[in-house]
Write a protein that binds this ligand. Structure first.
Ligand code: CAA
Length: 395
């Protein structure tokens, strides 16, 4: 264990709120910090609700009540003074580099000399965030998955300047945070590359999904028929998952990979149009689906739909295997077991390597065909996949 006792969760939207809840459940003193009282109050109320639910299920510990846990939770809209007695700041503010850099500097300028700044960014370089803060050795990444209390994975990222001590302490804090669904899984990310492990692994599936969405739209195929293609084998079909993550987020993320990985990440027209119309998915109540009646209606719609025959799960697995091999080639993860385990813990879906060991030759052919059909060269199989060389890179 570390000597970390006081945690600040900075930026308390959905992710920050979840992080604060699990940090409180782990026994830390937590200060919620955001720019407006309303935002901090909303998160506090959400945490209270989550803790009460956890208490009702007897999962807060013997004789521990939500009120006991909340007694360790403070609120603030003044970061500079809140950090004075903090040991680590876990940041989940808006995904804008200048804002991340600015809050990182505020933390280092005003916090104690041991304070760690851990960013929950999913699309930004940890190295860049910490570059001008005066203490880049104390900046790391701590990437959570949504919803934080239920998704087991946390990726801990080593930026180019992160010290061994900072990396280890960040790993220790991550390991100490409980999860309401099974044991936490902490994936060490050895290189600060776009998407880290889990998001990078899944990123090019968006190129494929984008092609599926635009083809379906051109042919007038309803969205539930696309989700029916997943045949209940994914926790959410591609349309529902995109709505759940947020269509604006999908657009933002694809544009990011377009800049950092390949021009083939051009976002699909279907999603751009929905975002332009203000339909961002679950959070606005409308996207691919109408969310006003909750998830049950969507689930029923998908269950009753004919599969469209456009989205193929084996093809997505082939895409995952290819990207997993690129992750190994770039030295981001030390072996394929971590990639498979992190995907299961972060997406509730199996990673590609267990099945990929037997299928890499067939899947390489699937990808050659897909690249030709879609005109997206990024989907072509890489050498490590085609050769099966990854098989010996387990750990
Ligand atoms: N505190 C306490 N309890 C909570 C809670 C909280 N904060 N949040 C939810 N719960 C409880 C619910 O009340 C519910 O309790 P009951 O079973 O008693 O009703 C229980 O936990 C389960 O909640 P749900 O019914 O909502 O859960 P579900 O079974 O429908 O599963 C899901 C939901 C986990 C989201 C599942 O659909 C899933 O795995 N979806 C895929 C999610 C995914 O892929 N996430 C990753 C997105 S990518 C990302 O996050 C990376 C990034 O960079 C942004």
């Amino acid at each position: 264990m570390t000597d970390i006792k006081n945690i600040i969760t900075l930026g308390v939207g959905l992710m920050g709120e979840g992080i604060a809840q699990v940090a409180l459940m782990a026994g830390y003193n937590v200060t919620l910090v955001d720019i407006k009282d309303e935002l901090v109050d909303k998160a506090y109320n959400g945490i209270e609700k989550g803790l009460k639910k956890t208490e009702e299920k007897g999962k807060l510990g013997e004789g521990v009540t939500a009120i006991d846990v909340l007694a360790r939770c403070k609120k603030s809209t003044d970061l500079a003074s809140a950090v004075k007695d903090a040991d680590i700041v876990i940041e989940a503010v808006i995904e804008k580099m200048d804002i991340k850099k600015q809050v990182c500097k505020t933390v280092m300028d005003n916090g104690p000399s041991h304070i760690i700044f851990a960013s929950n960014t999913s699309t930004m370089s940890i190295t860049e965030i910490g570059k001008d803060c005066g203490a880049p050795d104390r900046v790391s990444g701590m990437h959570f998955f949504n919803p934080v209390p239920l998704m087991r994975c946390i990726e801990v990222i080593r930026g180019e300047d992160t010290s061994d001590d900072t990396f280890q302490k960040t790993m220790d804090v991550a390991k100490s945070l409980p999860c309401l669904r099974g044991n936490r899984y902490i994936a060490p990310v050895l290189k600060d590359r776009p998407g880290f492990i889990v998001n990078r692994l899944n990123a090019p599936v968006q190129i494929y999904m984008g092609w599926v969405f635009d083809t379906a739209k051109d042919k007038g195929i309803p969205w539930e028929n696309i989700d029916a293609d997943a045949g209940g084998k994914m926790p959410m079909g591609p349309c529902e998952l995109s709505d759940y993550v947020g269509l604006d987020t999908m657009l933002h993320v694809m544009n990011y990979y377009k800049e950092t990985l390949s021009a083939d990440f051009e976002p699909p027209k279907a999603v751009k149009e929905m975002v332009d119309a203000g339909n961002l998915g679950a959070k606005t109540g409308k996207g691919f689906y109408d969310w006003s009646a909750g998830r049950d209606g969507i689930k029923a719609k998908v269950k009753g739909a004919e599969p469209a025959g456009l989205f193929n799960l084996e093809t997505s697995m082939a895409i995952l295997l290819n990207e997993g091999c690129r992750i190994l080639e770039e030295g981001i993860a030390s072996g394929f077991k971590i990639i498979d385990d992190a995907n299961m813990a972060g997406m509730n879906s199996p990673g590609p390597f267990a099945a990929g060991k037997k299928n890499f030759e067939k899947w390489s052919e699937i990808l050659e065909d897909l690249a030709n059909k879609t005109g997206k060269d990024y989907l072509k199989p890489c050498e490590l996949m085609k050769s099966g060389g990854f098989v010996s890179m387990r750990k």
